[in-house]
Design a binder for this molecule. Structure first.
Ligand SMILES: [Zn+2]
Length: 320
């Protein structure tokens, strides 16, 4: 009898999706029932400060790569970290159970998962030690506008193995069906399901009703846009909550079309909150665990075509 060698490579999954599509919620669900000791999560945020990881269990090993996107400017750092992980695993002979056998990569919203994939499978060391199990791409059902102006979403969808339409609890079945048709148009082969509040479900007949794609995407562009910018607005510790709410609303009503993502940690009468928004939509803030009570107050903005100095100047209103 021939001895069949077991594939002992680390299994890696890429979780992608545009800014605010719900990647961290999805990740929380994905690791919920798993043995945390064998998982390592790589979290990439294009901004300088990493926030997504505060929402994930402390017991899980995490590698944070911030300040650049792992598909391009921070790719070398990403590859290096993965090589380290492979090395640790290969030397950890003494304790098989403590080895990492699963890596989950949460990409930044503005990365191209295909490039990340390529950088692993085409690498001499990584290609031998890691198997990419799949690319999951999340598509935000609630965000109706970004898609039209965002060719990167089409690119993300095109390379997915699995597509999850997120936040389906917030929209009608018709809207879900539109997103389904968009996803199907760009990716004829992916398995498309919904993921609402971390719960994965099959789409219903109504949610997969056929639309002519032209009626949904009349002028979708196909070329990639690269000109994203990130900047941070630092806030005083005693920033007035009411002023902040006013400033953020004003900011989004003036520049909502240019700001793709807003995230921040701020004080409120209800405690410390993580505030997140996509385009003009701000999600319900999440209360942060006690250990984040020490961190500074700040907002991170990602977008393009906005005047940073203008926005920073107007933010001074908060710190007076
Ligand atoms: Zn990139």
């Amino acid at each position: 009898m021939g001895s069949q060698s077991v594939d002992r490579r680390i299994q890696l999954s890429i979780i992608s999706g545009f800014l605010g599509s719900g990647k961290t919620t999805f990740l929380q669900h994905k690791i919920f029932k798993k043995d945390h000791s064998s998982i390592c999560i790589v979290i990439n945020e294009a901004g300088d400060i990493s926030i997504d990881d505060v929402l994930l269990d402390d017991k899980i090993e995490k590698i944070k790569i911030s300040g650049g996107c792992i598909c391009c400017d921070s790719n070398a750092e990403f590859v290096e970290k993965l090589i380290d992980l492979c090395g640790i695993r290969n030397h950890a002979n003494a304790d098989f159970n403590n080895r990492i056998d699963t890596i989950l990569v949460e990409t930044s919203g503005i990365s191209d998962p295909a490039a990340i994939y390529d950088s692993i499978v085409n690498h001499s060391i990584l290609g031998r030690n890691i198997v990419v199990k799949g690319i999951s791409v999340l598509l935000d059902a609630f965000d109706s506008n970004t898609f039209i102006s965002e060719p990167l979403i089409a690119k993300q969808l095109a390379c997915a193995d699995d597509i999850y339409i997120t936040k389906t609890d917030l929209v009608s079945n018709e809207v879900v069906a539109q997103k389904y048709n968009i996803a199907r148009y760009f990716n004829p082969s992916a398995l498309i399901r919904s993921c609402s509040k971390g719960e994965i479900q099959n789409l219903t007949e109504e949610q997969t009703r056929q639309f002519g794609i032209k009626s949904i995407l009349p002028d979708a562009k196909t070329e990639r846009v690269n000109s994203y910018e990130t900047f941070i607005v630092n806030l005083e510790e005693n920033t007035d909550w009411n002023n902040l709410v006013i400033w953020v609303s004003a900011l989004l009503s003036c520049h909502g079309d240019k700001i793709l993502r807003l995230k921040g940690i701020i004080n409120s009468p209800a405690g410390r909150l993580l505030v997140q928004g996509v385009g003009p939509n701000i999600q319900k803030p999440q209360r942060l665990p006690k250990e984040f009570y020490e961190s500074k107050n700040f907002l991170v903005l990602i977008g393009r075509g906005f005047d940073k100095t203008d926005i920073k100047r107007s933010a001074n209103f908060l710190n007076t």
